[in-house]
Design a protein around this ligand. Sequence first.
Ligand code: GUN
Length: 283
Amino acid sequence: MAQIIDGKVIAGRIKDELKGRVADYKAAGVEITLAVIQVGCDPASSVYVNNKKKACEYIGIKSLAYELGDETTQEELLKIICDLNNRDDVNGILVQLPVPKHIDEDLVIKSINPKKDVDGFHPESVGALCIGQPGFVSCTPAGIIQLLKRSNVDIEGKECVVIGRSNIVGKPMALLLLRENGTVTIAHSRTKNLKEVAKRADILVAAIGKPKFINKEYVKDGAVIIDVGIHRMENGKLCGDVDFDDVIDTVSAITPVPGGVGPMTIAMLMNNCVESVEIQRSK
Ligand code: GUN
């Protein structure tokens, strides 16, 4: 029987651990504050932003909401970020992506003080991860490492295949698996013989963006599968990048969709907010 890796339960435990740390900081007179900026009213972004605010409330982190209209200029947004960078009472700054087309996303990410970059998207954060130095780590891949560790999946020496090379998931995921001494391959849409490459994996991370793309032809017997995808099907139900029913008898462990990787992203964002206090005290 395959182990179903329950992200909801694991994220709940992490949030409860963080709640204790936040209470300790509060008792010592430190209130942790996260600024959440959303530009425009993309409905999916609004759901994510609301969930982030709710998680802050649960853990005891103060959240400052900036809900900016679609017409907000790049200059206006950069000015808000600059002000938040300079505020001693703000620990974390997050700009929900995507931003409207007239705003340069890379410039926005670069304008956030790396010591407040709780998303881990700043080039300085990514560079630090690449060379094994301390810094914020992108939340979804950091959450996946927690899922594996807390489900007793050993990474050291394992064949790890990450399908997808995005800056937010695929690339940092590969670096984190490498940091845990995995043997790492990044595959992507141009990879030849993807089935054979995927089938080498002891740990397969699917971040492709195509519903139910991975079936049992891509999966080695006994593999651990982490499904990063989330898609709404025509029948209204959610599914991942993996055809769960097709692979379930082949795998040794798998994350479901929903309730696998998703809840971990916010739990790790909360973790980064708590860590930000020490990161700001250092250097
Ligand atoms: N859009 C989709 N995922 C994310 C995320 O993790 N952080 C931010 N800021 N925007 C996103």
